[in-house]
Design a protein around this ligand. Structure first.
Ligand code: SF4
Length: 393
């Protein structure tokens, strides 16, 4: 293998982002393939104890100075008040708290004015609300327990408590009135919208029932969401995410910009600095085991990421951003001469209308966003050809 042309200089050794996975949900939605389960007696207590131990382990292993914390799931807002308080205090005791942004994922059915006030008092300033739709028939089809009225009330209560609110929408649902959903969310006053296409993952109830997503509806969700939200002053700053100025998710931007982050909790994925960053491993990705193995103390599976994998991962994530990514910055972080190595591929992709290049910055075109996998697999072919060249006698 070719060695990196430069030593990696600018890879931040301090971890500044934390994801905490809360796997419990009131019920399991028929399209969900996350690591989730319903509550059982005693399980949440054991989860909270183990979480505190893991937070202490992470604090002892990595230099941590948090900008963002994100509690996702599952349904973190489904935790009872004393449980959530215990969780937050455990994190704060061992790892601190985000100085820039602290997000709580919220199910609309769990919000009351008192609880919204408590969540603010605990230190959350951003709410990611699983609205999914503001149409009762669509919510019913999706197997959601809340209705449109509850979703509206939840968003209004959170805004009244001073949260920055993001509304999640699922698009391409059969029969969904997409325009009404988007107008409804905008009228409520959210500053951020995440719009993901309904996907049918193997093993889910929808897959068993043979539910299919119509390709035209998928395209309509992709293009019409942008048209409508842009009219209302949002910009599409990532393939599936829209924000009013200054309302972007700082935590998710860290993922898309290839930063390292801690993953705490069962099934949580983390991206860590390698103990000694170098050609064999610049960073390490680790996914924690699912709940029962995690409770038993089993370690997650670690995957060393060498500088070239780091670059292709960063490209895949960075090209999701409207602003694209700066190849010179990526070279500094990885030690790989990115423009030199992938220049010919980029040039071809620019010629085919998949990418745009402005100086050192490369970004995907609207068409490129549709075929991101193909774009990045062509970059990876450069690495594969190099390995072949070295292995062929
Ligand atoms: S609420 Fe969210 S995480 Fe929980 S089952 Fe439904 S889709 Fe999955």
């Amino acid at each position: 293998m070719t060695r990196p042309a430069l030593p990696p200089r600018d890879l931040d050794p301090t971890v500044r982002h934390l994801y905490v996975h809360v796997p419990f949900c009131p019920s399991i939605c028929p399209y969900c393939d996350f690591h989730v389960l319903t509550r059982q007696a005693g399980l949440v207590e054991r989860y909270l104890e183990r979480l505190e131990q893991e937070a202490a382990q992470l604090a002892a292993t990595y230099p941590v100075d948090l900008d963002t914390v994100y509690l996702g799931g599952g349904t973190p807002s489904f935790l009872r008040d004393h449980e959530l308080r215990f969780l937050v205090e455990s994190v704060q005791r061992h790892l601190g708290w985000g100085r820039v942004e602290n997000t709580l994922e919220i199910n609309p059915g769990t919000v009351s004015p008192e609880r919204a006030a408590l969540w603010r008092a605990l230190g959350f300033d951003r709410a990611s609300v699983g609205v999914q739709s503001l149409d009762d028939a669509t919510l019913k089809f999706l197997g959601r327990r809340h209705d449109a009225r509850q979703a509206r009330e939840a968003v209004s209560r959170l805004l009244a408590q001073g949260f920055r609110v993001s509304g999640d929408l699922i698009t391409a649902v059969p029969g969904q009135p997409l325009e009404r959903d988007i107008h409804g969310l905008v009228e409520l006053g959210v500053g951020h919208v995440s719009a993901y296409t309904l996907t049918i993952e193997p093993g889910t109830e929808f897959a068993r029932r043979g539910v299919q997503v119509d390709e035209d509806a998928e395209r309509e969700g992709f293009t019409r969401s942008e048209e409508l939200l842009t009219e209302h002053g949002f910009s599409r700053y990532e393939v599936s995410n829209y924000a009013r100025p200054g309302q972007e998710s700082r935590h998710n931007l860290a993922y898309w910009q290839g930063r390292t982050y801690l993953g705490l909790g069962p099934g949580a994925a983390g991206h860590y600095p390698a103990p000694v960053p170098g050609p064999a491993a610049l960073t390490v990705r680790r996914t924690n085991p699912h709940l029962h193995d995690w409770l038993a103390g089993q370690e997650g599976e670690s995957l060393p990421i060498d500088p070239h994998e780091y670059v292709t991962d960063a490209l895949f994530m960075g090209l999701r951003l409207r602003r694209g990514l700066d190849l010179a910055d990526l070279s500094r972080r990885s030690g790989v001469d990115v423009a030199g190595r992938y220049g010919p591929v980029i040039e071809r992709q620019v010629g085919r209308g998949l990418l745009e290049q402005e100086g050192e910055v490369v970004r995907a075109t609207a068409h490129g966003w549709w075929v991101l996998n193909r774009i990045v697999s062509e970059w990876m072919e450069v690495d594969a050809q190099e390995v072949d060249a070295h292995e062929t006698p």
